[in-house]
Design a protein around this ligand. Structure first.
Ligand SMILES: Cc1ncc(COP(=O)(O)O)c(C=O)c1O
Length: 413
C-alpha cells in the first residue's frame, strides 16, 4: 500500500460503482500520489506518466513551485468573484499577453473558453438591439472543442453528436488542411473559422503553414474572425508559448485551458484589443473564472517554463521521442506515420492502437490511444531524457509484441 492511500484501489472502485455516474471508462486503479512524470497507485505501483492529466499537468504531477504558489495564495484569498479586482488576475493576464497579444477573459475549462469565443465572434458582428448579423462558424472534421452545446456542435465528429440533437444552428464543417473546401463554405453570414493548429484528439494532425496563412487571408478578405483553439497546444506544449507562433499566423481569438495552470482548473480567451469591447458587460461571465487560486497557479506555471528554459527542453525531448519512433518505424511495418510537435506526439498504426494502452500500463507506462489507430503522448515539458528513453523502450516492446500477434494472426483487437 502506498503511504498516501487510505484504502485499496478495489475499495475505491466499489465506492465509485455505488456513487459516481458511470460515464467514464476508467482504468482499474486508484492513483494516490504523483511527482513530476511519475505517479503511484494505491497499491504502491509506480507508473511513468506520458499522458499526465490528459495534457493538463504540463509540468508533471504536483510541481513544487506551483504547489508553493497555491499554498501562499490560499492563505490570503481562495475565491473572489469578478465584481472585484485582484492582483493575481491582473498579473496572470499580463503574463499571457506579454507572450501573445490582446486582452484576456478567464474561464474554467476548455469547453467554456470555446463557448465564450463563439459568443464573442457572434457578438463582434452584431449591433446592440439589432440581433446577430453574422453567425455561422466553420470548424473542421476530426476537430475537438469540448462537450457543452456550442463546443460539441463545433466538434465535427458524429460520434460525439449521437443522441444530443438538435445541436446549435449555424455550424459548417470542412476537411482539415483543405483551404478550397473552406472557401466554398464561407458566405456573408459566416463570422468565424475555428480550428486547432494541431488537432489533438483527432490524432495529432498538424495544420500546414499554407493552410493557416490561407485561412488568415480569407478571414481578412471576408471579415471573419480566425479562432485558434489552443486548449491543448497552448502554454508551451508545442515548444513555443502558443501553437500559432510556429507559423506567425496570429489568430483574432485564441482559447486556452488544460496546461494553462499546471493542472488547476483554468481556461482563458485571448482576443485582439479591438475585439475585446464586443464582450459587452452583461453578455458573458464566469463566477469561478479568474479566481486567485487558478491565477496563482498559472503565474507560477509561466515562471517555471521561463526560468527553467522548458520551451527549449521541450523541443529537445520532442526530437528525442521523434527520432526513436522514426527509427522504430523502419523496422516495424505496423507504424504508418510518426507526427510530433513539441510534447504532442502521435504514432499512427495501421492496426487499432487501444490495446497498446493496457499493455503499456501493465508494464508501468501510461499512454493514450486516440482516433482508433493513433498512440498519443502528451508528456510533461520537464520530462527527463532518461524518462523519454524508458517510456519509449516500453512502448516499442509493446508495439513489437502487437506486430508479432498480427503476424501470427493472434491479435485480439
Ligand atoms: C483542443 C481541445 N479543445 C477543447 C477541449 C475541451 O476542454 P475541457 O475538457 O477542459 O472542456 C479539449 C479537451 O480535450 C481539447 O483538446
Amino acid at each position: 500500500m502506498h503511504p498516501a492511500a487510505t484504502r485499496s484501489s478495489q475499495k475505491t472502485i466499489e465506492q465509485f460503482a455505488k456513487y459516481v455516474v458511470p460515464n467514464y471508462r476508467r482504468y482499474p486503479v486508484s492513483l494516490v500520489h504523483g511527482e513530476g512524470s511519475n505517479v503511484w497507485d494505491a497499491e504502491g505501483k509506480r507508473y511513468l506518466d506520458l499522458f499526465p492529466g490528459w495534457g493538463c499537468n504540463i509540468l508533471g504531477h504536483s510541481p513544487p513551485w506551483v504547489v508553493k504558489a497555491i499554498q501562499h495564495q490560499i492563505e490570503h484569498l481562495i475565491h473572489v468573484p469578478n465584481t472585484w479586482y485582484t492582483e493575481a488576475q491582473g498579473d496572470f493576464a499580463e503574463a499571457i499577453v506579454t507572450h501573445s497579444f490582446g486582452k484576456v477573459f478567464f474561464a474554467n475549462s476548455g469547453t467554456e473558453a470555446n463557448e465564450g469565443a463563439i459568443k464573442l465572434a457572434r457578438l463582434h458582428y452584431s449591433h446592440q438591439g439589432t440581433g446577430t448579423q453574422k453567425y455561422r462558424v466553420i470548424s473542421f472534421e476530426n476537430g475537438f472543442h469540448g462537450r457543452t452545446y456550442g463546443s460539441v456542435t463545433a466538434t465535427a465528429q458524429p460520434k460525439y453528436h449521437d443522441g444530443l440533437g438538435p445541436l446549435l444552428p449555424g455550424f459548417r464543417y470542412a476537411p482539415y488542411n483543405d483551404l478550397e473546401a473552406v472557401r466554398a463554405l464561407v458566405d456573408d453570414e459566416t463570422c468565424a473559422i475555428l480550428l486547432e493548429p494541431v488537432q489533438g484528439e483527432g490524432g495529432v494532425n498538424i495544420a500546414t503553414d499554407d493552410f493557416l496563412k490561407g485561412l488568415r487571408q480569407l478571414c481578412d478578405q471576408r471579415e471573419m474572425l480566425l479562432i485558434f483553439d489552443e486548449v491543448q497546444t497552448g502554454m508551451g506544449r508545442t515548444g513555443n508559448w502558443f501553437g500559432y507562433q510556429h507559423t506567425g499566423v496570429q489568430p483574432d481569438i485564441m482559447t486556452l485551458a488544460k496546461g494553462v495552470a499546471a493542472g488547476v482548473a483554468c481556461g482563458a480567451i485571448v482576443c485582439q484589443d479591438h475585439i475585446a469591447p464586443s464582450m459587452r458587460p452583461g453578455m458573458h461571465a464566469s463566477t469561478f473564472g479568474g479566481n486567485p487560486l487558478a491565477m496563482a497557479a498559472g503565474i507560477a506555471t509561466m515562471k517555471i517554463i521561463e526560468e527553467e528554459g522548458l520551451l527549449q527542453h521541450c523541443q529537445q525531448m520532442s526530437a528525442r521521442f521523434h527520432q526513436h519512433f522514426v527509427a522504430l518505424k523502419e523496422t516495424l511495418p505496423i507504424i504508418k506515420e510518426v507526427r510530433s510537435r513539441g510534447m504532442m506526439i502521435g504514432v499512427e498504426l495501421n492496426i487499432p492502437a487501444t490495446p497498446a494502452v493496457g499493455k503499456c500500463m501493465e508494464r508501468g507506462v501510461l499512454i493514450n490511444a486516440t482516433h482508433d489507430t493513433v498512440v498519443r503522448l502528451l508528456p510533461a515539458l520537464n520530462i527527463a531524457p532518461t524518462q523519454v528513453d524508458e517510456g519509449y523502450q516500453v512502448i516499442a516492446d509493446v508495439l513489437k509484441q502487437m506486430a508479432g500477434e498480427v503476424h501470427a494472426g493472434t491479435s485480439h483487437s
